[in-house]
Design a protein around this ligand. Structure first.
Ligand code: KIV
Length: 277
């Protein structure tokens, strides 16, 4: 049985973790390490597909990676990001696309960006039976509007708007909310005001949970290392060293060796030698 939104709601005040994963092998490792909530985020656009921003990610991209992650896991709750323009144009398209992520991708819930402006849509989705995780603050799909990945909510007007967005999402039935790129004081107020869990990324220590992009904590995205991420290991360097060793083994003929190879039975080898020498 996978972790449900009821289980996640009970995690309020419990300091839990969520990680992204985008492929079968990584998702297996993430689940077996004890992560109960996996996000197939549109961050895959940058860290897996090499797009400039998440704005370029499509429904097909998310579905493709979502299916791999679902195939790899049996216990984790899988959240699928709704990509840019999959929910902003009209309500019926939004609901159909959210439904597709559940029906064809087998996600257990979806995540979308926005606060008060999408509260009504969230409410409709929840009533239909689509569990929604909210996402406010530095919402990456608005990167062009923000003029870059910049901390949001730094003045009273902006901070009050973000707090209002959080309250609207809770009111509309979201089961949890990602708070991204906002000052610690603002996420503390939101976390204290809401009865659903907040999940922070670049939002300080007071959120109920924390989410990170797996490439950032493993040092797997050489292009950029965000301030909010702690790199626990530099896998890029470890992988490079392993590949260099492989190249050198091939060059000096120490790979493949006998254990990596298969051989004919002696009698067959003899005949082949005789026939072809
Ligand atoms: O796409 C993603 O990885 C996300 C996280 C940054 C929360 O939305």
């Amino acid at each position: 049985m996978r972790t449900s939104i009821t289980d996640i709601k009970k995690k309020k005040h419990s300091s839990f973790s969520m990680l992204t994963a985008y492929d079968y092998s990584t998702a297996k490792i993430v689940e077996s390490s004890g992560i109960e909530i996996i996000l197939v985020g549109d961050s895959l656009g940058q860290v897996v597909l090499g797009y400039d921003t998440p704005v370029m990610v499509t429904m097909d991209d998310i579905l493709h990676h979502l299916r791999a992650v679902v195939r790899a896991t049996s216990k984790s709750h899988i959240v699928a990001d709704m990509p840019f323009l999959s929910y902003q144009t009209d309500e019926s398209t939004a609901i159909k696309n959210a439904g597709t992520l559940l029906q064809k991708g087998n996600a257990q819930s979806i995540k979308l960006e926005g606060g008060e402006s999408i509260a009504e849509l969230v409410n409709k989705m929840v009533k239909i039976g689509i569990p929604v995780m909210g996402h406010i603050g530095l919402t990456p799909q608005s990167v062009n509007q923000f003029g870059g990945f910049k901390i949001q909510g730094k003045n009273v007007t902006e901070a009050s708007k973000i707090i209002n967005d959080a309250l609207c999402l809770e009111e509309s039935g979201a089961y949890s909310i990602v708070l991204e790129g906002i000052p610690t004081e603002v996420s503390k107020i939101i976390t204290e005001k809401l009865s659903i869990p907040t999940i922070g990324i670049g939002a300080g220590q007071y959120c109920d949970g924390q989410v990170q992009v797996i490439h950032d904590i493993l040092g797997l995205y050489p292009d950029f290392s965000p301030k909010h991420a702690k790199q626990y290991i530099n896998l890029s360097e470890i992988i490079q060293n392993a590949i260099k060793e492989f190249i050198s083994d091939v060059e000096n003929k120490s790979f493949p060796n006998k254990t990596n190879s298969s051989f004919l039975k002696n009698e067959v080898a003899e005949i082949m030698k005789k026939n072809f020498s």
